[in-house]
Design a protein around this ligand. Structure first.
Ligand SMILES: NC(=O)c1ccc[n+]([C@@H]2O[C@H](COP(=O)([O-])OP(=O)(O)OC[C@H]3O[C@@H](n4cnc5c(N)ncnc54)[C@H](O)[C@@H]3O)[C@@H](O)[C@H]2O)c1
Ligand SMILES: O=C(O)C(=O)C[C@@H](O)[C@H](O)[C@H](O)COP(=O)(O)O
Ligand SMILES: [Zn+2]
Length: 365
């Protein structure tokens, strides 16, 4: 293992688990010491990541497991569905995987969300480990136990809360990440500032160029601080009965963009980036934040090379229709995460006309 190993704990009583952050982690057998050993390991990955990292992970796991299998799924958000999930179940059943089998999710958020959901369901629950390979997955999706697949009518609509046993965030794997995916990950990093930590927002603004240049020290800090904030939230409200909703800042608008365009056209992080600009505008129009805050967020999202205008083909009424089946909606009322003060978020409803104005103000002509 490389020097400078960082660790964050997700504090969930007897389901506590560590997030290890550092260099050279995926090929070191001591990395996996706190995950269950013996029996079968299944490395679940996709066609892009398999040739890059699956052999290194599988060879390392061979020192801890009697048998190591690989399941390679198709790549892309459009495959985060029942069909792909069933491919995974068929592979597990046809290889006689038993209840002691450990699933290792080697990939971005799509692989992590699907593997976690499969682990929650297979034989009513088998252990799983997250090995996130995108920035987005390292700062967000691998932590906290939200697992799901998409439905044409709504994002992440079929899923379960199911925690991993260990998260391994190896910063070296980010070297091969395409620039567009790096930017998508930065959207979720930026999110943590306005919702929970004004100083972190200022740090991101000051260090955005270093992050875009993949400076390892900057990335290490961004991953660690993001995981600390997410762990702090999840530790208090694992199943989103209240506080956890703040992690959805920008997502009510963003999920509507993803579903409205058909999954995969805009990346999740791109939709969240644009969604945060809209949610900032809503916060200002509700009188919670000054207009300058919207400019500040728009500038930062733009500097991260993310879209700040919604897609021209999605009308405000279409957003409203899609947002009514958002998971936070209650009795048909859409609930939005808004910023109440820098570093503090809350959940509010807003009149449809106001929401439509906000969307139109930030949509390409
Ligand atoms: N569960 C949660 O809490 C949570 C949080 C945020 C997002 N999500 C979900 O995560 C998904 C988005 O995740 P994502 O942004 O990681 O996308 P992704 O999983 O689709 O990965 C992005 C792309 O990068 C490729 N890739 C991954 N790692 C690579 C590497 N190291 N080198 C080269 N290529 C690599 C992938 O094959 C893919 O093509 C969405 O479905 C979103 O809903 C879930
Ligand atoms: O972990 C959470 O809670 C989040 O909201 C994190 C989000 O970044 C993530 O996209 C999550 O999957 C969205 O949750 P959903 O419940 O709206 O599907
Ligand atoms: Zn997200």
């Amino acid at each position: 293992m490389g020097a400078g190993l960082l660790e964050v704990t997700v504090d969930l009583g007897d389901r506590d688990y560590p997030i290890l952050i550092g260099a050279g982690l995926i090929g070191a057998s001591q990395t996996y010491e706190r995950a269950p050993a013996g029996g079968t390991a299944v490395v679940v990955t996709n066609t892009t990541i398999a040739p890059l990292y699956a052999t290194r992970v599988a060879e390392t796991l061979q020192r801890r497991h009697a048998r190591v299998l690989q399941v390679v799924l198709p790549d892309g958000e459009e495959h985060k569905n029942w069909v792909t999930l069933n491919t995974l179940f068929e592979a597990l059943l046809s290889q006689a995987c038993d209840r002691k089998t450990v699933l290792y999710a080697l990939g971005g958020g799509v692989i992590g969300d699907m593997t976690g959901f499969a682990a929650a369901c297979y034989m009513r629950g088998v252990p799983f480990v997250q090995i996130p390979t995108t920035l987005l997955a390292q700062v967000d999706s691998s932590v906290g136990g939200k697992t799901a697949i998409n439905h044409p009518l709504g994002k992440n609509m079929i899923g379960a809360f199911y925690q991993p046993r260990l998260v391994v965030a190896d910063l070296d794997v980010l070297d091969t990440l395409p620039d567009r995916e790096l930017s998508a990950g930065l959207a979720e990093v930026i999110k943590y500032g306005p919702i929970a930590d004004a100083d972190f927002l200022a740090w991101i603004e000051a260090n955005l160029d270093a992050l875009l240049a993949r400076d390892k020290a900057a990335l290490a800090h961004a991953v660690k601080r993001s995981c600390e904030i997410k762990a702090w939230v999840v530790g208090q409200d694992e199943r989103e009965s209240g506080l956890r909703a703040i992690l959805n800042f920008g997502h009510t608008f963003g999920h509507a963009i993803e579903a409205g365009l058909g999954y995969g056209e805009w990346l999740h992080g791109e939709a969240v980036g644009c969604g945060m600009v809209m949610a900032s505008e809503l916060s200002a129009r509700l009188g919670l934040m000054p207009a300058g805050f919207v400019d500040r967020m728009r500038r930062l999202v733009e500097r991260a090379r993310l879209p700040v205008q919604g897609p021209a083909q999605l009308s405000a009424p279409r957003y409203l229709e899609l947002m009514r089946i958002d998971k936070k909606a209650e009795a048909g009322a859409i609930r939005f995460v808004v910023i109440e003060d820098l570093g503090r978020a809350g959940v509010r409803t807003a009149p449809d006309e106001l929401v439509a104005d906000v969307i139109e103000a930030h949509t390409a002509a």
